[in-house]
Design a protein around this ligand. Sequence first.
Ligand SMILES: C[S@@+](CC[C@H](N)C(=O)[O-])C[C@H]1O[C@@H](n2cnc3c(N)ncnc32)[C@H](O)[C@@H]1O
Length: 269
Amino acid sequence: MDDARALYLDLMKRTLTNWVYGHHETAPVPFSSQTKKSIVEFFSKHGLQVVRPQPMDPRRRALGDDWPPTAHTMIGFKRLDNVQFCVESALAEGVPGDLMETGVWRGGTTIFMRAILKAHGVTDRTVWVADSFEGLPKPDVEKYPQDAGSKLYEHKALAVPLDEVRSNFERYGLLDEQVRFLKGWFKDTLPTAPIERLAVLRLDGDMYESTMDALSSLYPKLSPGGYLLVDDYRIESCRQAIQDYRKAHDIHDEMVEVDWTGVYWRRSE
Ligand SMILES: C[S@@+](CC[C@H](N)C(=O)[O-])C[C@H]1O[C@@H](n2cnc3c(N)ncnc32)[C@H](O)[C@@H]1O
């Protein structure tokens, strides 16, 4: 059983990153000249798309250092391994609470969280999936000057509709009543989210505001012994939010490096 579980979760990681088919990835041909633009428009009128081969760079994909065209997560193997380690330790030690990610994009990491619960036969914990499902917010510079200059809200590639994320869960056979979606800006959804306790909380909202809003509403719900995972510690604004929150709340739990951008700590009290 242990072998089957490990093999299933390993296959999930290879599938969620599109590791298995990444060498066949393609990308739309960009409009760089009028001629190309008219060719692309001609095909699109006939329901066709002009794409070129763009096989994944295996090194970058493994590191979680690209925005994959089709994969369901962009976080790479080490951060997925870290999610597995934290969830499995919380389960083994009976740390109470649900699992959650704030900032889910196509849903891959939360799909993986649901898969871990499934693999361990856990039926009394929920996976919370929080996102605008419209991309990142425009910086609110008055409240959060740390986000000044952020242009992430302009990236359409980061706006994945809720229906698409739901259907991604479905394709893995993992959409059920143990998965709950919170749609909207974190500042609106998280303060009143009907969550009692969390065993694992993963932050992947990139900005100061997104990180701070998630911490302010959710860290108090993280059980002692629970895990706080940060995807974007390499991004200055996110790092600043983490440091400010830890300082303001006198948190000294050891921060552990996961890879070139991920960190986590275990809540001691
Ligand atoms: C880098 S992507 C997350 C990647 C994802 N965790 C994965 O496994 O690939 C960042 C996500 O955060 C969401 N987001 C960022 N700030 C937000 C906010 N303040 N409110 C709601 N959603 C937010 C965006 O919509 C986007 O889907």
